[in-house]
Design a protein around this ligand. Structure first.
Ligand code: ATP
Length: 332
């Protein structure tokens, strides 16, 4: 882990980057107010790396983060920047930081954001601490990421609603949830929403077995069924699975519908859990910077604040809890 003797950081930049996640605002608020408590100056960098390249900066004080804790999205805006993937783009970003007198960074985002941060640190050595902000919960080095709990609750709420209509019409619903290449949201909302089957990228999907399971579910008294499909399942999302089922004559009599929850999972007011996590991590990131750490991500593991080198965060796959897979099979 990179740690240098405490050097005088006076002015930090804070940005949110990649996909937005509920709780990012709570994290920004906490980082800003924690930095002010250290008498640091704080600059908001709007639209993540793209704003860094374009010099889209805004001075921040305690009031500028009033009344944002409970809001979804991010007041600093977010973006995906192709230019930051180039050496020239990153050099422009570094030059803007230098001109603005920014000598430390707090980055809030997912694995791409931390990967970019790591490359940037290697090239320009601006001390940087990352906060895990993504609904996908796919970052190694923290038990949960900011936004995950809210997205999970949104998905479960939607499954409950779909369950009503599935039951009323004796339908089979394939519900696709987000999570990129990971099945955290799918597995946990499958358990919390009582799904009959959950398809995730961490477990090979055997189509014949899927068909057998669904057909055995939809006989007798129970004629409705809910299958949760992670968008990253190796066979494809819910539409592809549905095409495979529709092509089988055994499914001709089944009223099959697809519901892709999509961006509803990103929006909305963060849950209490996400607000507290984001507040802890924003403050811990500033503490870590002041202690001389750089190129690390703050996380919470077993209730404790931890620091993980950025390289490990995106270089290692966070593993799913296989006991939960067993539990889904047991409870269906
Ligand atoms: P989410 O998990 O919600 O999608 P994310 O942070 O993973 O969030 P990305 O779009 O993957 O979102 O990454 C955010 C930004 O980080 C990219 O738009 C790009 O500017 C920068 N970035 C990602 N990977 C690299 C890289 N290898 N080199 C430089 N910059 C990168």
């Amino acid at each position: 882990m990179t740690s240098s003797p405490a050097h005088a950081i006076r002015r930090i930049g804070i940005y949110t980057s990649g996909g937005d996640a509920p709780g990012m605002n709570a994290c920004v608020r906490s980082a800003v107010r924690s930095a002010l408590a250290y008498d640091l100056e704080v600059v908001g960098i709007r639209r993540g790396y793209q704003g860094m390249i374009e010099g889209d900066l805004v001075e921040m004080d305690a009031k500028s983060v009033s009344n944002i804790l409970q809001k979804g999205g991010t007041v600093l805006k977010s973006a995906r920047s192709t230019e930051f993937r180039t050496v020239e783009g990153r050099a422009r970003a570094a030059e803007n930081l230098r001109k603005a007198g920014i000598d430390g960074l707090v980055a809030i985002g997912g694995d791409g954001t931390l990967r970019g941060a790591s490359v940037f640190y290697d090239e320009h050595q601006v001390p940087l601490v990352g906060c895990p902000g993504t609904i996908d919960n796919d970052l190694f080095g923290t038990d949960e990421t900011i936004g995950y709990d809210t997205a999970l609750n949104t998905a479960i709420e939607n499954i409950d609603r779909i369950r009503d209509t599935a039951d009323a019409h004796d339908r089979l619903f394939l519900i696709e949830v987000m999570g990129r290449d990971s099945g955290f949201i799918a597995l946990n909302c499958g358990i919390g929403g009582g799904a009959e089957l959950v398809l995730i990228p961490e477990q090979l999907t055997d189509m014949d077995e899927v068909k057998r399971q669904i057909l055995s579910q939809m006989t007798g008294q129970t004629r409705s069924s809910i299958v949760v499909v992670a968008e990253g399942d190796e066979l494809g999302g819910a539409s592809i699975i549905s095409d495979a089922l529709r092509g089988d004559p055994a499914f001709a009599h089944i009223d099959l519908r697809v519901c892709i929850l999509g961006h509803t999972q990103r929006g909305g007011s963060p849950t209490a859990r996400d607000r507290v996590l984001a507040s802890r991590l924003g403050s811990a990131a500033v503490d870590a910077l002041m202690e001389g750490h750089a190129n690390v991500m703050v996380g919470v593991v077993d209730g404790e604040i931890t620091l993980t080198p950025s390289r490990n965060v995106w270089g290692r796959k966070k593993s799913i809890d296989y006991d939960l897979i067993k539990l889904t099979n047991l409870l269906r």
